[in-house]
Design a protein around this ligand. Structure first.
Ligand code: SF4
Length: 392
Protein backbone atom coordinates (compact mmCIF):
# COMPACT_ATOMS: atom_id res chain seq x y z
CA UNK A 1 0.00 0.00 0.00
CA UNK A 2 1.37 3.43 -0.91
CA UNK A 3 2.14 6.00 1.79
CA UNK A 4 -0.53 8.26 0.30
CA UNK A 5 -3.19 5.69 1.11
CA UNK A 6 -2.28 5.30 4.76
CA UNK A 7 -3.73 7.01 7.79
CA UNK A 8 -6.29 9.74 7.30
CA UNK A 9 -6.39 9.40 3.51
CA UNK A 10 -7.08 5.70 3.79
CA UNK A 11 -9.78 6.36 6.41
CA UNK A 12 -11.42 8.91 4.11
CA UNK A 13 -11.35 6.42 1.27
CA UNK A 14 -12.90 3.64 3.36
CA UNK A 15 -15.51 6.07 4.64
CA UNK A 16 -16.42 7.00 1.06
CA UNK A 17 -16.90 3.37 0.08
CA UNK A 18 -17.74 1.72 3.36
CA UNK A 19 -19.19 -1.51 2.03
CA UNK A 20 -16.19 -2.45 -0.11
CA UNK A 21 -14.10 -4.24 2.53
CA UNK A 22 -17.14 -5.98 4.05
CA UNK A 23 -18.10 -7.27 0.60
CA UNK A 24 -14.54 -8.53 -0.01
CA UNK A 25 -14.60 -10.37 3.31
CA UNK A 26 -17.98 -11.84 2.50
CA UNK A 27 -16.64 -13.04 -0.87
CA UNK A 28 -13.85 -14.73 1.14
CA UNK A 29 -16.46 -16.66 3.09
CA UNK A 30 -16.72 -14.48 6.22
CA UNK A 31 -20.09 -13.75 7.81
CA UNK A 32 -20.91 -10.02 7.85
CA UNK A 33 -23.43 -8.81 10.41
CA UNK A 34 -25.09 -5.40 10.31
CA UNK A 35 -26.00 -3.59 13.50
CA UNK A 36 -27.87 -0.43 14.34
CA UNK A 37 -26.77 1.95 17.08
CA UNK A 38 -24.00 1.34 19.64
CA UNK A 39 -25.84 -1.10 21.89
CA UNK A 40 -25.39 -4.52 20.24
CA UNK A 41 -22.24 -6.00 21.91
CA UNK A 42 -19.84 -6.36 18.98
CA UNK A 43 -17.51 -8.43 21.15
CA UNK A 44 -19.95 -11.34 20.79
CA UNK A 45 -19.77 -11.10 17.00
CA UNK A 46 -15.98 -10.91 17.01
CA UNK A 47 -15.80 -13.92 19.34
CA UNK A 48 -17.51 -15.96 16.61
CA UNK A 49 -15.35 -14.50 13.83
CA UNK A 50 -18.31 -12.51 12.48
CA UNK A 51 -17.51 -9.13 10.89
CA UNK A 52 -19.57 -6.33 12.51
CA UNK A 53 -20.76 -3.65 10.10
CA UNK A 54 -22.54 -0.58 11.41
CA UNK A 55 -25.61 0.50 9.46
CA UNK A 56 -25.90 4.24 8.94
CA UNK A 57 -28.34 6.50 7.14
CA UNK A 58 -27.39 8.92 4.38
CA UNK A 59 -28.34 12.58 4.66
CA UNK A 60 -27.60 13.02 0.93
CA UNK A 61 -30.14 10.41 -0.25
CA UNK A 62 -33.77 11.49 -0.44
CA UNK A 63 -36.01 9.19 1.58
CA UNK A 64 -38.55 7.63 -0.78
CA UNK A 65 -39.27 4.14 0.57
CA UNK A 66 -39.29 4.38 4.36
CA UNK A 67 -42.97 5.41 4.40
CA UNK A 68 -43.74 1.76 3.75
CA UNK A 69 -42.95 1.05 7.38
CA UNK A 70 -42.41 4.23 9.36
CA UNK A 71 -44.44 7.42 9.82
CA UNK A 72 -43.19 10.74 8.41
CA UNK A 73 -43.09 12.37 11.85
CA UNK A 74 -40.37 10.02 13.04
CA UNK A 75 -36.59 10.06 13.63
CA UNK A 76 -35.25 10.91 10.14
CA UNK A 77 -31.98 9.08 10.78
CA UNK A 78 -33.82 5.83 11.44
CA UNK A 79 -36.07 6.48 8.45
CA UNK A 80 -32.99 6.96 6.30
CA UNK A 81 -31.45 3.66 7.51
CA UNK A 82 -34.65 1.79 6.70
CA UNK A 83 -34.94 3.57 3.36
CA UNK A 84 -31.44 2.40 2.38
CA UNK A 85 -32.25 -1.10 3.63
CA UNK A 86 -35.39 -1.30 1.47
CA UNK A 87 -33.33 0.00 -1.49
CA UNK A 88 -31.01 -3.01 -0.95
CA UNK A 89 -27.97 -0.94 0.02
CA UNK A 90 -27.41 -3.47 2.82
CA UNK A 91 -28.33 -6.61 0.91
CA UNK A 92 -24.77 -7.96 1.30
CA UNK A 93 -25.31 -8.41 5.04
CA UNK A 94 -25.79 -11.95 6.33
CA UNK A 95 -27.83 -10.69 9.22
CA UNK A 96 -28.87 -7.80 11.36
CA UNK A 97 -28.66 -7.16 15.11
CA UNK A 98 -30.84 -4.43 16.55
CA UNK A 99 -31.64 -3.28 20.03
CA UNK A 100 -34.05 -1.22 22.06
CA UNK A 101 -31.76 1.81 22.11
CA UNK A 102 -34.83 4.03 21.87
CA UNK A 103 -38.46 3.54 20.85
CA UNK A 104 -37.69 4.70 17.30
CA UNK A 105 -35.01 2.04 17.00
CA UNK A 106 -37.32 -0.62 18.39
CA UNK A 107 -40.07 0.22 15.92
CA UNK A 108 -37.59 0.36 13.03
CA UNK A 109 -36.09 -2.98 14.06
CA UNK A 110 -39.40 -4.80 13.78
CA UNK A 111 -40.22 -3.11 10.47
CA UNK A 112 -36.74 -4.03 9.22
CA UNK A 113 -37.28 -7.67 10.16
CA UNK A 114 -40.57 -7.72 8.26
CA UNK A 115 -39.53 -5.82 5.13
CA UNK A 116 -35.90 -6.82 4.65
CA UNK A 117 -35.13 -10.50 4.52
CA UNK A 118 -31.69 -11.22 5.97
CA UNK A 119 -30.93 -14.86 6.82
CA UNK A 120 -30.45 -13.84 10.48
CA UNK A 121 -32.19 -11.20 12.55
CA UNK A 122 -32.06 -10.53 16.27
CA UNK A 123 -33.45 -7.87 18.58
CA UNK A 124 -31.91 -7.22 22.01
CA UNK A 125 -34.06 -5.63 24.70
CA UNK A 126 -31.99 -3.12 26.70
CA UNK A 127 -33.41 -1.95 30.05
CA UNK A 128 -33.58 1.82 30.44
CA UNK A 129 -32.59 2.11 34.09
CA UNK A 130 -29.30 1.17 35.73
CA UNK A 131 -30.00 -1.27 38.55
CA UNK A 132 -28.65 -4.70 39.54
CA UNK A 133 -31.91 -6.25 38.40
CA UNK A 134 -31.67 -4.51 35.02
CA UNK A 135 -28.11 -5.79 34.57
CA UNK A 136 -29.33 -9.32 35.24
CA UNK A 137 -32.13 -8.85 32.70
CA UNK A 138 -29.63 -7.65 30.10
CA UNK A 139 -27.33 -10.58 30.84
CA UNK A 140 -30.29 -12.89 30.14
CA UNK A 141 -30.86 -11.08 26.83
CA UNK A 142 -27.20 -11.56 25.91
CA UNK A 143 -27.40 -15.27 26.72
CA UNK A 144 -30.27 -15.62 24.27
CA UNK A 145 -28.35 -13.55 21.70
CA UNK A 146 -25.31 -15.83 22.11
CA UNK A 147 -27.46 -18.91 21.54
CA UNK A 148 -29.04 -17.58 18.35
CA UNK A 149 -25.66 -16.50 16.98
CA UNK A 150 -24.08 -19.89 17.73
CA UNK A 151 -26.96 -21.67 16.02
CA UNK A 152 -26.66 -19.36 13.01
CA UNK A 153 -22.92 -19.83 12.44
CA UNK A 154 -22.76 -23.42 13.75
CA UNK A 155 -19.88 -22.68 16.14
CA UNK A 156 -19.56 -22.35 19.89
CA UNK A 157 -18.67 -19.13 21.61
CA UNK A 158 -16.26 -20.12 24.37
CA UNK A 159 -15.65 -17.87 27.37
CA UNK A 160 -12.00 -17.63 26.31
CA UNK A 161 -12.88 -16.44 22.80
CA UNK A 162 -15.28 -13.88 24.26
CA UNK A 163 -12.68 -12.59 26.73
CA UNK A 164 -10.18 -12.33 23.89
CA UNK A 165 -12.69 -10.40 21.79
CA UNK A 166 -13.39 -8.03 24.70
CA UNK A 167 -9.64 -7.40 25.01
CA UNK A 168 -9.32 -6.52 21.31
CA UNK A 169 -12.39 -4.24 21.43
CA UNK A 170 -10.99 -2.58 24.57
CA UNK A 171 -7.79 -1.98 22.62
CA UNK A 172 -9.94 -0.21 20.03
CA UNK A 173 -11.54 1.90 22.74
CA UNK A 174 -8.10 2.88 24.05
CA UNK A 175 -6.94 3.78 20.53
CA UNK A 176 -9.99 5.97 19.94
CA UNK A 177 -9.33 7.74 23.25
CA UNK A 178 -5.72 8.26 22.13
CA UNK A 179 -7.02 9.72 18.86
CA UNK A 180 -9.22 12.11 20.82
CA UNK A 181 -6.18 13.18 22.88
CA UNK A 182 -4.66 14.48 19.63
CA UNK A 183 -7.45 17.06 19.65
CA UNK A 184 -6.41 18.46 23.02
CA UNK A 185 -3.72 20.62 21.40
CA UNK A 186 -4.57 24.13 20.25
CA UNK A 187 -5.35 23.98 17.37
CA UNK A 188 -6.16 20.25 17.33
CA UNK A 189 -4.07 17.90 15.19
CA UNK A 190 -7.07 16.32 13.49
CA UNK A 191 -10.34 18.02 12.65
CA UNK A 192 -13.70 16.97 14.02
CA UNK A 193 -14.90 16.12 10.49
CA UNK A 194 -11.98 13.78 9.87
CA UNK A 195 -12.49 12.19 13.26
CA UNK A 196 -16.02 11.22 12.18
CA UNK A 197 -14.58 9.83 8.90
CA UNK A 198 -12.04 7.74 10.80
CA UNK A 199 -14.67 6.37 13.16
CA UNK A 200 -17.09 5.59 10.34
CA UNK A 201 -14.27 3.73 8.60
CA UNK A 202 -13.44 1.83 11.81
CA UNK A 203 -17.12 0.87 12.14
CA UNK A 204 -16.95 -0.73 8.69
CA UNK A 205 -14.02 -3.06 9.41
CA UNK A 206 -13.27 -6.14 11.50
CA UNK A 207 -11.94 -4.99 14.86
CA UNK A 208 -8.26 -5.84 14.23
CA UNK A 209 -8.29 -3.97 10.91
CA UNK A 210 -9.98 -1.02 12.59
CA UNK A 211 -7.25 -1.02 15.25
CA UNK A 212 -4.56 -1.06 12.57
CA UNK A 213 -6.21 1.90 10.84
CA UNK A 214 -6.43 3.80 14.13
CA UNK A 215 -2.71 3.19 14.81
CA UNK A 216 -1.86 4.53 11.34
CA UNK A 217 -3.99 7.62 11.86
CA UNK A 218 -2.58 8.31 15.33
CA UNK A 219 1.02 7.93 14.09
CA UNK A 220 0.26 10.28 11.23
CA UNK A 221 -1.44 12.99 13.26
CA UNK A 222 1.32 12.89 15.89
CA UNK A 223 3.84 13.73 13.16
CA UNK A 224 1.72 16.46 11.59
CA UNK A 225 1.46 20.12 12.27
CA UNK A 226 -1.98 20.92 13.70
CA UNK A 227 -4.49 20.14 10.96
CA UNK A 228 -7.03 22.88 11.59
CA UNK A 229 -5.46 26.20 10.70
CA UNK A 230 -8.46 28.25 11.70
CA UNK A 231 -8.03 27.43 15.37
CA UNK A 232 -10.77 29.64 16.76
CA UNK A 233 -13.13 28.75 19.59
CA UNK A 234 -13.00 25.15 20.76
CA UNK A 235 -16.44 23.56 20.60
CA UNK A 236 -17.98 20.38 21.88
CA UNK A 237 -20.91 18.68 20.14
CA UNK A 238 -23.49 16.91 22.27
CA UNK A 239 -26.64 15.08 21.27
CA UNK A 240 -28.14 12.66 18.81
CA UNK A 241 -26.37 10.91 15.98
CA UNK A 242 -24.01 12.79 13.64
CA UNK A 243 -23.14 10.24 10.97
CA UNK A 244 -22.36 12.65 8.14
CA UNK A 245 -18.92 14.27 8.44
CA UNK A 246 -20.15 17.22 6.35
CA UNK A 247 -22.28 18.22 9.35
CA UNK A 248 -19.11 18.70 11.42
CA UNK A 249 -17.27 20.24 8.44
CA UNK A 250 -20.08 22.79 8.27
CA UNK A 251 -19.62 23.72 11.95
CA UNK A 252 -15.83 23.94 11.64
CA UNK A 253 -16.20 25.91 8.40
CA UNK A 254 -17.90 28.65 10.41
CA UNK A 255 -14.52 29.36 12.06
CA UNK A 256 -14.06 27.06 15.04
CA UNK A 257 -12.64 23.66 15.97
CA UNK A 258 -14.82 20.80 17.12
CA UNK A 259 -12.45 19.33 19.69
CA UNK A 260 -14.59 16.72 21.43
CA UNK A 261 -18.08 15.27 21.28
CA UNK A 262 -20.62 13.27 23.15
CA UNK A 263 -22.41 11.58 20.28
CA UNK A 264 -22.83 8.01 19.11
CA UNK A 265 -20.57 8.12 16.07
CA UNK A 266 -18.09 9.82 18.33
CA UNK A 267 -16.74 9.19 21.76
CA UNK A 268 -19.81 7.62 23.35
CA UNK A 269 -19.02 4.00 22.49
CA UNK A 270 -15.36 4.27 23.44
CA UNK A 271 -15.01 6.21 26.67
CA UNK A 272 -14.92 3.22 29.02
CA UNK A 273 -13.55 -0.30 28.68
CA UNK A 274 -15.62 -3.43 29.18
CA UNK A 275 -14.53 -5.02 32.48
CA UNK A 276 -13.19 -8.56 32.09
CA UNK A 277 -15.21 -10.68 34.49
CA UNK A 278 -15.16 -14.44 35.25
CA UNK A 279 -18.30 -14.79 33.18
CA UNK A 280 -17.65 -12.28 30.37
CA UNK A 281 -21.38 -11.70 29.91
CA UNK A 282 -21.43 -10.00 33.33
CA UNK A 283 -18.88 -7.43 32.16
CA UNK A 284 -20.72 -6.91 28.89
CA UNK A 285 -24.10 -6.48 30.59
CA UNK A 286 -22.61 -3.97 33.01
CA UNK A 287 -20.83 -2.00 30.31
CA UNK A 288 -23.68 -1.75 27.83
CA UNK A 289 -26.12 -0.73 30.52
CA UNK A 290 -24.11 1.47 32.87
CA UNK A 291 -20.99 2.67 31.05
CA UNK A 292 -22.49 4.12 27.87
CA UNK A 293 -23.76 7.55 28.80
CA UNK A 294 -26.59 8.04 26.31
CA UNK A 295 -29.78 9.94 27.03
CA UNK A 296 -31.71 6.70 26.40
CA UNK A 297 -30.63 5.38 29.82
CA UNK A 298 -31.82 6.89 33.07
CA UNK A 299 -29.03 7.32 35.61
CA UNK A 300 -30.39 7.56 39.09
CA UNK A 301 -28.62 9.59 41.75
CA UNK A 302 -26.43 7.40 43.97
CA UNK A 303 -28.26 6.16 47.09
CA UNK A 304 -25.99 8.16 49.39
CA UNK A 305 -26.73 11.41 47.52
CA UNK A 306 -30.49 11.00 47.18
CA UNK A 307 -31.46 13.27 50.05
CA UNK A 308 -29.14 16.02 48.84
CA UNK A 309 -30.32 15.62 45.25
CA UNK A 310 -33.93 16.07 46.22
CA UNK A 311 -33.00 19.45 47.60
CA UNK A 312 -30.30 20.39 45.16
CA UNK A 313 -30.81 20.19 41.45
CA UNK A 314 -27.07 20.61 40.92
CA UNK A 315 -26.44 17.26 42.51
CA UNK A 316 -28.94 15.57 40.21
CA UNK A 317 -27.38 17.20 37.13
CA UNK A 318 -23.92 16.14 38.26
CA UNK A 319 -24.97 12.49 38.52
CA UNK A 320 -26.45 12.57 35.02
CA UNK A 321 -23.97 14.78 33.17
CA UNK A 322 -20.85 14.71 35.35
CA UNK A 323 -18.87 12.87 32.66
CA UNK A 324 -19.12 16.02 30.50
CA UNK A 325 -17.02 17.97 33.02
CA UNK A 326 -13.98 15.83 32.20
CA UNK A 327 -14.42 16.57 28.47
CA UNK A 328 -14.92 20.30 28.99
CA UNK A 329 -11.85 20.60 31.22
CA UNK A 330 -9.57 18.18 29.35
CA UNK A 331 -10.28 19.59 25.90
CA UNK A 332 -10.56 23.21 27.09
CA UNK A 333 -14.01 23.67 25.58
CA UNK A 334 -15.19 27.27 24.97
CA UNK A 335 -18.74 26.47 23.92
CA UNK A 336 -21.14 23.62 23.30
CA UNK A 337 -23.41 22.84 20.38
CA UNK A 338 -26.34 20.73 21.46
CA UNK A 339 -27.99 19.23 18.42
CA UNK A 340 -30.62 16.70 17.66
CA UNK A 341 -32.43 15.31 14.68
CA UNK A 342 -36.15 16.13 14.63
CA UNK A 343 -38.48 13.86 16.61
CA UNK A 344 -35.65 12.55 18.79
CA UNK A 345 -37.42 12.67 22.15
CA UNK A 346 -34.58 10.70 23.70
CA UNK A 347 -32.18 13.61 23.41
CA UNK A 348 -34.82 16.36 23.21
CA UNK A 349 -35.99 15.69 26.76
CA UNK A 350 -32.42 15.96 28.08
CA UNK A 351 -31.63 19.23 26.30
CA UNK A 352 -32.89 21.72 28.96
CA UNK A 353 -30.94 19.91 31.67
CA UNK A 354 -27.84 19.56 29.49
CA UNK A 355 -27.97 23.33 28.82
CA UNK A 356 -28.19 23.92 32.58
CA UNK A 357 -25.26 21.61 33.20
CA UNK A 358 -23.05 23.38 30.64
CA UNK A 359 -24.13 26.67 32.22
CA UNK A 360 -23.07 25.42 35.64
CA UNK A 361 -19.62 24.78 34.15
CA UNK A 362 -19.54 28.32 32.75
CA UNK A 363 -19.80 27.01 29.18
CA UNK A 364 -22.17 28.84 26.79
CA UNK A 365 -24.27 26.58 24.59
CA UNK A 366 -26.73 26.70 21.76
CA UNK A 367 -29.28 24.12 20.68
CA UNK A 368 -30.65 23.28 17.29
CA UNK A 369 -32.78 20.62 15.71
CA UNK A 370 -32.44 19.58 12.10
CA UNK A 371 -34.21 17.31 9.66
CA UNK A 372 -31.20 15.22 8.54
CA UNK A 373 -31.04 16.67 5.04
CA UNK A 374 -28.25 18.61 3.29
CA UNK A 375 -30.72 21.53 3.06
CA UNK A 376 -30.54 21.87 6.83
CA UNK A 377 -26.84 22.71 6.78
CA UNK A 378 -26.94 26.29 5.39
CA UNK A 379 -29.31 27.73 8.05
CA UNK A 380 -27.43 25.80 10.73
CA UNK A 381 -24.19 27.38 9.58
CA UNK A 382 -25.75 30.82 10.14
CA UNK A 383 -26.80 29.74 13.62
CA UNK A 384 -23.27 28.51 14.39
CA UNK A 385 -21.77 31.79 13.12
CA UNK A 386 -24.16 33.72 15.39
CA UNK A 387 -23.16 31.54 18.34
CA UNK A 388 -19.45 32.07 17.63
CA UNK A 389 -19.95 35.83 17.51
CA UNK A 390 -21.69 35.62 20.85
CA UNK A 391 -18.95 33.67 22.60
CA UNK A 392 -15.88 35.36 21.07
S1 SF4 B 1 -31.38 10.03 16.86
FE1 SF4 B 1 -32.69 9.87 18.69
S2 SF4 B 1 -34.62 8.94 17.98
FE2 SF4 B 1 -33.07 8.63 16.35
S3 SF4 B 1 -32.20 6.63 16.81
FE3 SF4 B 1 -30.88 8.10 17.85
S4 SF4 B 1 -31.74 8.28 19.94
FE4 SF4 B 1 -33.29 7.26 18.67
Amino acid sequence: MSEAKRGILRAREICENRAQRAQELKADGRTVMGYLCIYPPLEMLTALDIVPYRVFGDMQTVITEADRGLPVAFCPFVRSCLDLGIKEEYSFLDGMVTSHACDAMEKAAHVWERLIGHPYFHFIEIPTKVTERAEAVLKGELQVFAQTLQTFVGREMSQESLKKAITVHNEQRALVRELYEQRMSDPPRISGGDTVRVLKAVMSLPVEEGNELLREVITEVQSLQPAVDAGGPRLMIWGSIVDDPSFVDMIEGAGCSVVVDDTCVGSRAYWKDVPITDDPLDGLAHHYLADIRCSRTFFEVAESDKEVAQKERASDLESRFGYIRHMVEGWKVDGAILQSVKYCDTHGFDVPDAIDYFKSLGIPSTYFEHDYTPGALAPLRTRVQGFLEMIC
